[in-house]
Design a protein around this ligand. Structure first.
Ligand SMILES: [Zn+2]
Length: 81
């Protein structure tokens, strides 16, 4: 009998500073940093391909966190680079 081990597991989180982007909450510039975590489809603990990316943005000034659905156009452009 063959047993398959597979599933979705998160990869390494990368952090980027979002330059020249204003925080919509406190209106400060250059206070935002974004975190991207790729989610990989694993088979036998080997990452095969990326299925999605979890992204969050935090403001260092007002400590507000933003989820992907709340990103402004400027945030999206800055985090994708
Ligand atoms: Zn802020």
């Amino acid at each position: 009998m063959m047993i398959l081990f597979f599933g979705i597991r998160p990869g390494k989180t990368t952090t980027v500073d979002l330059k020249h982007v204003k925080c919509p909450h406190c209106n400060q510039n250059n206070t935002l940093s974004g975190e991207s975590t790729p989610n990989f489809f694993h088979l036998f603990w080997i990452p095969l391909f990326r299925v999605s990316t979890t992204q969050v943005i935090h403001c260092h000034h007002c400590k507000k966190g933003y989820y992907k659905e709340e990103f402004t156009k400027e945030m999206k452009t800055a985090i994708e680079r």
